[in-house]
Design a protein around this ligand. Sequence first.
Ligand code: SF4
Length: 304
Amino acid sequence: MDEYFYSFSRYLKDKFGQKVRRISLDAGFDCPNIDGAISSQGCVFCNNKSFSHFSRKSPLSLEEQIIQAKEYIRRRFKANKFIAYFQSNSNTYGDLNFLKKQYDVVRKFDDIVGIAISTRPDCIDEEKLSLIEDFAKDYEVYIEYGLQTIHDKTLKLINRGHTFSDFQRAVELTSKRSNINIGVHVILGLPGEVKSGMLETAKILAKMPIWGVKFHALHVVRDTLLAGMHEQTKLNLLSLDEYVDILVSFLELLPKNQVILRLVSDAHQDLLIAPSWVNDKGRALKMIEDEFRKRQTCQGALPR
Ligand code: SF4
């Protein structure tokens, strides 16, 4: 369905001329929204075990994680180039020496061509950006900021511990640096948000210097505040039909050159509570493609 939106895999193929896959890593970072610096409860939906194959505070060293993941990806996907994805927790949270030590591990591997760093928008400053910009001389570099929504009311409700203006500041600082691609994570179906509110997020992101957008459908996993909320009063989670409708409308509003890092997220089967459709990715992707075709539309089709 590449004709309907600008997929990350197409971007990578255009850029590197071959298959490149991400390796999700747990580099031992913490999160200020979990360790008590901001809050000790975390975002309501967050269970770090559901982030990556390598669980929080993996017993494997970073080198071991990379070696193991590369072997698996080579076998399964026949890819020979990799992007080190610092995924678990907030991967710019810590002192500069620790950040440098962790990022520097990728330099031991000739087949790593990129570094992706997932973090919170309130965990970045000029010093950290200088360190990351330095890597951009040798690597394709991405910083992915978790935003989820532009609406402060929702951010408060989901206990993000930052505001939209924190995100604006992070994007402004980052966009002044050379060769750092800015990605943003968005969740569709957050409590209290209706379609028009979610599309406001699209309209604002479309006007910012954002390189890529990664989508998640709000889903409930075990051992989270959201699981408790869901147990008390059944949350109004999006059905697959609703998700597809909102997602395609969102994409219509994004510029054609913004890279779509992911259309729909899944969850560990043993952690997922609801909705079950998020783990039927094949069906979700088919329905998204059908919706594009039915509407005769594509990413960037609507004026912003
Ligand atoms: S900022 Fe990220 S790691 Fe921290 S609690 Fe929220 S989702 Fe979890």
